[in-house]
Write a protein that binds this ligand. Structure first.
Ligand code: HEM
Length: 401
């Protein structure tokens, strides 16, 4: 990255104060117009596609370990709270369990789950999409994947909510007492569960397979706990918010909805474009390892670098007409990150989104926001996702009439 010298005095931007909850077009444009890198109240933000990618691809300069080690988990989250070379070893161990082939094998089960959840609301003529579909689906997928009892779903969601709702944001101080308590309870639950599972043999879920590993390179108890923690925090709300944001757009855009109904074959491309335009992650955290210059800005060792992936995904140099939604765009985005920490669950997330989009539009092709509703995300928060999405639609007999 070239050093253009220290720019003149620039007032730090307060990302927390922007209208991210209600109007992301405006909020992201305000960040974008400050240039490829900008000072924010707690450090700097990498905003253009080039600078964002540079930071994420250089873990030797911008540490993930130092950014995530205080993220409210009693054990380091694995693999995100590690830098290469330790991180590389964990990825090598976990990657095969998330390969496209492994994830494809999960499709019948996830599709049946999506169809069941959609079926439960199809005849009601109205539902809150978030609580009926977007929250339970990823939670249930996680429980199945880890061989945990489905009856524990609501407990798990409550712990995760408590931890995430007060996660330190933009370099704020330590997590709240409520978050720390929830983290301890979730930790205790996982410890107990792993101990119980050790005494059982067999099982094909991910935890059973990792516990049965007797190789020299197997994960220790501590590492397995860090991994479970990471999956609870990385794999539930992200999918919930990605789905909720996608349906909030579709509910007000009959033209886009019709494209999905008329040609379900475009669903995979539509998912990529919906993630680009309104993915659940605004910034990814990193900490500078040494003094470094980033597009002319001096970043001192130990300071925070926020990689604004959602803004980089609207960089006009990369995406012409960046605020326009085009299901035929086919341009790579950063919603799943890039570089060594590229989302391990990306294939799974895509599959979860695909089955919901397909099953929903098969049963409920026409829907809109309930009267007077303007979906908004809570902000500031760790993720960007509309908090409630009341939808109304014709019930099945009327649809067939
Ligand atoms: C639409 C849903 C999702 C989105 C937008 C998303 C996004 C991301 C992003 C941006 C990162 C990179 C973080 C960074 O570099 O700091 C990441 C990492 C990760 N994600 Fe996802 N994610 C999603 C779903 C999932 C799911 C379903 C799982 C697992 C079941 C998962 C597991 C992980 C893991 C384990 C990492 C850490 C990878 C590493 O450090 O090497 N994610 N995700």
């Amino acid at each position: 990255m070239t050093d253009h010298g220290e720019p003149g005095v620039e007032r730090p931007l307060s990302i927390e104060a922007l209208p991210v909850g209600e109007d992301r077009d405006t909020a992201y444009a305000r960040i974008r117009e400050r240039g490829p890198v900008t000072r924010v109240t707690t450090g700097v933000a990498a905003v253009s596609r080039d600078t964002a990618e540079y930071v994420l691809r250089h873990p030797e300069l911008f540490s993930s370990k130092r950014a995530y080690e205080s993220a409210g988990s009693p054990v380091p989250m694995l693999p995100i709270a590690f830098d290469p070379p330790e991180h590389t070893r964990y990825r090598r161990l976990l990657q095969p369990h998330f390969s496209p082939r492994r994830i494809r094998a999960m499709e019948p089960e996830i599709r049946a789950l999506a169809a069941r959840l959609v079926g439960e609301v199809a005849d009601a003529g109205r539902c809150d999409f978030v609580s009926s579909i977007a929250v339970p689906l990823p939670a249930q997928v996680f429980l199945t994947m880890f061989g945990l009892p489905l009856a524990d779903r609501d407990r798990l969601i409550a712990w995760k909510d408590a931890i995430l709702s007060s996660a330190p944001e933009f370099g704020a101080e330590a997590p709240s007492e409520a978050a720390a308590t929830a983290a301890r309870e979730l930790f205790g639950y996982l410890v107990e569960h792993i101990a119980a599972r050790r005494t059982e043999s067999g099982g094909t879920d991910l935890l059973a397979v990792l516990l049965a590993d007797t190789g020299d390179d197997r994960l220790t108890e501590h590492e397995l706990l860090g991994m479970c923690f990471q999956f609870v925090l990385a794999g539930l709300d992200t999918v919930t918010d990605a789905l909720s944001n996608a349906f909030a757009i579709l509910a007000t855009r009959p033209d886009l909805r019709r494209q999905l109904v008329d040609d379900p074959g475009i669903v995979p491309d539509a998912i990529e474009e919906l993630l680009r335009i309104d993915g659940p992650i605004l910034t990814l955290p990193r900490v500078a390892v040494e003094d470094v210059h980033l597009d002319g800005h001096r970043v001192t060792a130990g300071s925070a670098v926020h990689v604004a992936v959602a803004v980089a995904d609207r960089d006009p140099a990369e995406h012409p007409e960046p605020d326009t939604i085009d299901f035929h765009r086919r341009q790579p985005h950063l919603a799943f990150g890039i570089g060594p920490h590229f989302c391990l669950g990306a294939h799974l997330a895509r599959l979860e989104m695909k089955t919901v989009l397909e099953e929903w539009h098969r049963r409920i092709p026409t829907y809109e926001l309930a009267e007077g509703v303007r979906p908004a995300a809570l902000w500031p928060a760790g993720l960007v996702g509309v908090a409630g999405l009341p939808l109304v639609y014709p019930t099945e007999p009327r649809r067939q009439a």
